[in-house]
Every structure is written in structure tokens, then in C-alpha cells.
Design a protein. Structure first.
Length: 209
């Protein structure tokens, strides 16, 4: 079974409080999500593979290490995942970025892929899938499957807030994918929102409600 890592660093928890606050406006919300994504990325990338290299300092040669292989890819689940991309790119500016768009079929309630654009070399990259809310887990699980279908293998999922139901869904369908969250909330309500959560992350990011 995959590992669930709760990132409870004081700075993350402090900023998450303001992200949850219904009085936080869209500008502040976007800035806070960006900052928390950057802070969480430190933990998500903790186990990236390193390889030895050599550089010349102004004083002389220095043995050191760099990230191994083809580095990192960040995959956003549209649309709310877009809000987490900027923070990670501040930390890993050479990461490649992909996007997966999904909508829920009104009859089957299952996620349906409508867009997928991924780096061509995802099989060689360490991939971080980002989506602020892990509610039912259906979209995240479908997005991860879309990545696997196109050759991605080393995948991690990064969310701000998760419901136990969403964690269970991802673990059952993708037991090889570790999950990183800043909070695990109580449950889902009848509309599929996380309780207490933060509302609709996409609407709050982009001011569409």
C-alpha cells in the first residue's frame, strides 16, 4: 500500500489556515496556494535520486551531487491544479509541466478525460501530480492512470487537503503512488465536498464564484 505523508510543518499549517478562511480573497488565495505548494515540494522531493558530479568553485574543484536522470515533471489536474504549479517551479525551474483535463459524466459520475498533454519523456522523469483537493479520489486516480497509460512510472500525488475517502480510492487503484497532503479532513458531504475543507478550490483560485 502506498505511503500517506502528512506535511505538518508550522509554516504550511499557518498558511493553510488562511487558505481555508472564507474571507480570503482570490488574490490572497492564489498567493497562499503558491507558497504552500513550494513548501510542500521540499518534502515531496526529499527522496529524489542524486548522482555524483564535480564543479569548480572560485577556490578549486568540489565533489558534489545533482538530481539524477531526467529530473522532474509536474502534472496539473485541471483546473485547480494550475494553482500549485508556480510554487513548485520556483523551487525546480527546469521541471517540465503537463496538464490533464477531466470532467465528471453526469450519468455515470465517472471522470472522463477531455485533455492530456504530457512531456514526451515522462518515463524518465520523477512525476508530481498536483491537485489541491483529494475528495472522492476519482479524478486523481483517473489522472494517474492516464499518466501510466502514456509511460509514466515514478509518480507522487501532492494535495493540500484530502478526505479519507479520496485517500482510500487512490491507494486501492494505485498502491505504488505515495500521497502527500497538508491536512486530512473529516469526510465528504452529500455534494462531494470535503468537510470542513475550503470550498471549491478552482472557483476560489480564479474568482469564478
Amino acid at each position: 500500500m502506498s505511503r500517506v505523508c502528512l506535511i505538518d510543518h508550522p509554516l504550511v499549517q499557518h498558511k493553510l489556515t488562511y487558505i481555508r478562511d472564507k474571507n480570503t480573497n482570490s488574490k490572497e488565495f492564489r498567493e497562499l496556494v503558491d507558497e504552500v505548494a513550494l513548501l510542500m515540494a521540499y518534502e515531496v522531493t526529499r527522496n529524489l535520486r542524486l548522482e555524483d558530479t564535480m564543479v569548480e568553485t572560485p577556490i578549486g574543484p568540489c565533489p558534489t551531487r545533482i538530481i539524477s536522470g531526467q529530473d522532474v515533471g509536474v502534472i496539473a489536474i485541471l483546473r485547480a491544479g494550475l494553482g500549485m504549479i508556480g510554487g513548485i517551479l520556483k523551487l525546480i525551474p527546469n521541471a517540465k509541466v503537463g496538464h490533464i483535463g477531466l470532467y465528471r459524466d453526469p450519468e455515470t459520475l465517472q471522470p472522463v478525460e477531455y485533455y492530456c498533454k504530457l512531456p514526451a519523456d515522462i518515463a524518465q522523469r520523477e512525476l508530481i501530480v498536483v491537485d489541491p483537493m483529494l475528495a472522492t479520489g476519482g479524478s486523481a486516480a483517473a489522472g494517474i492512470q492516464a499518466i501510466k497509460d502514456r509511460g509514466g512510472r515514478r509518480i507522487r500525488l501532492m494535495c493540500l487537503i484530502a478526505a479519507p475517502e479520496g485517500i482510500q480510492t487512490v491507494q486501492e487503484r494505485h498502491p505504488d503512488v505515495d500521497i502527500y497532503v497538508a491536512a486530512i479532513d473529516e469526510c465528504l458531504n452529500s455534494q462531494g465536498y470535503i468537510v470542513p475543507g475550503l470550498g471549491d478550490a478552482g472557483d476560489r483560485l480564479f474568482g469564478t464564484k
